[in-house]
Design a protein around this ligand. Structure first.
Ligand code: NAD
Ligand code: UDP
Ligand code: UDP
Length: 313
């Protein structure tokens, strides 16, 4: 049994992670400021032995006694991270400093949820960890991309300077139940639009690609990385390497929902990456991990979730 802090624990990925940690008998302190997360995501855990929920913003110091930290706090969808971009950078940078300071004091192991966005709009495809990326430092996505890049820098400097036990994972597009219905990400947008009988909004011509990982696969990888051998810090890519265009995704969603919605084309947001696909050779080798859930199966679960949310609130 470990005492585990999950920052951003009431969010989409964080709440699934809390579920798995509690199920395996860990003690969990879930910390969240509820900016994009919600109490309802962890309501079923409240009152369970070993689970605690604390409202706190990680840009402020936090003094708690834990052994392991999963640092997931940060809005992840463009709509949300661009709402208050300065706060987004603060969450990544001040938040990382505080959580690293905490890990240093308790001599605990700390994992950072970084992102494929550190590769920006990549010239190399698929993206291996050794690729340094092509990121605009002054655009509308920079608060997120550069904040996450700086957080990675901090993690590796705390490791070199203070011999901290750090783990960095770069998460590629992940989807599943408990995504925020209004977060603007493509999977939630398409499913919610299809269920409501609204037009599906394709940004650009829909030929841009993403690789979508189901949440259960991703959480399994987070746990394996946290439990991996000391000295393996990453960064390690986590995602599903099967790549789809947004048109292909729209088609699948319409078919699974059984919707007659039309596609409407809207302008592509600036700095929107053309392609994104993880090279997961390192995760396969070091974590003996690869995604198991096919897009169609994961989408079915996600559609069922949103059907319920739209019907019952
Ligand atoms: P999410 O928005 O559902 O979860 C983020 C959580 O962090 C929310 O509960 C939010 O309220 C909380 N939070 C935000 N700022 C905070 C602060 N200052 N203090 C405390 N809590 C704060 O997003 P998610 O998809 O679950 O993402 C979780 C992590 O994984 C993020 O760090 C994100 O950057 C990373 N990530 C996710 C994806 C993905 O596709 N889902 C891809 C790459 C990286
Ligand atoms: N910190 C924290 N919780 C702790 C220990 C530290 O939030 O248990 C914060 C503290 O506010 C500090 C930051 O982490 O600003 C970085 O800590 P570190 O020890 O690395 O640096 P210093 O305290 O020397 O600035
Ligand atoms: N996208 C889209 N329609 C939407 C929402 C997003 O076509 O309603 C596109 C978006 O332009 C991007 C891709 O889908 O090319 C993935 O967008 P998302 O915001 O989910 O993730 P990210 O761009 O961060 O990978």
């Amino acid at each position: 049994m470990n005492k585990v802090l999950v920052t951003g624990g009431a969010g989409f990925l964080g709440s699934h992670l809390c579920d798995r940690l509690i199920a395996r008998g860990d003690e969990v302190l879930c910390v969240d400021n509820f900016f994009t997360g919600a109490k309802r995501n962890v309501a079923h855990l409240v009152g369970r032995p070993g689970f605690d929920l604390l409202r706190h913003d990680i840009t402020f110091p936090l003094y708690v006694e834990v052994e392991r930290i999963f640092n997931l706090a940060c809005p992840a969808s463009p709509v949300h991270y661009q709402f208050d971009p300065v706060q987004t950078t603060k969450t990544s940078v001040h938040g990382a400093i505080n959580m690293l300071g905490l890990a240093k004091r308790v001599r605990g192991r700390i994992l950072q949820a970084s992102t494929s966005e550190v590769y920006g709009d990549p010239e190399i495809h698929p993206q291996p960890e050794r690729y340094w990326g092509r990121v605009n430092p002054v655009g509308i996505r920079s608060c997120y991309d550069e904040g996450k890049r700086c957080a990675e820098t901090l993690f590796f400097d705390y490791q070199r300077q203070h011999h901290l036990d750090v783990k960095v994972v770069r998460i590629f597009n992940t989807y599943g139940p408990r995504m925020h219905p209004a977060d603007g990400r493509v999977v939630s947008n398409f499913i919610v639009q299809a269920l409501r009988g609204e037009n599906l909004t394709i940004y650009g011509d829909g030929s841009q690609t993403r690789s979508f990982c189901y949440v259960d696969d991703l959480v399994e990888a987070l746990l394996r990385m946290m439990d991996s051998e000391a000295g393996f810090c990453g960064p390690v890519n986590l995602g599903n390497p099967v790549e789809f265009s947004m048109l292909e995704l729209a088609e699948q969603v319409l078919r699974l929902v059984g919707s007659a919605s039309q596609l409407v084309f809207q302008p592509l947001p600036s700095d929107d990456p053309r392609h994104r696909q993880p090279d997961i050779a390192l995760a396969r080798d070091k974590l003996s991990w690869e995604p198991l859930v096919a897009l169609e199966d994961g989408l079915k679960e996600t559609v069922a979730y949103f059907r319920h949310v739209l019907a019952h609130g």
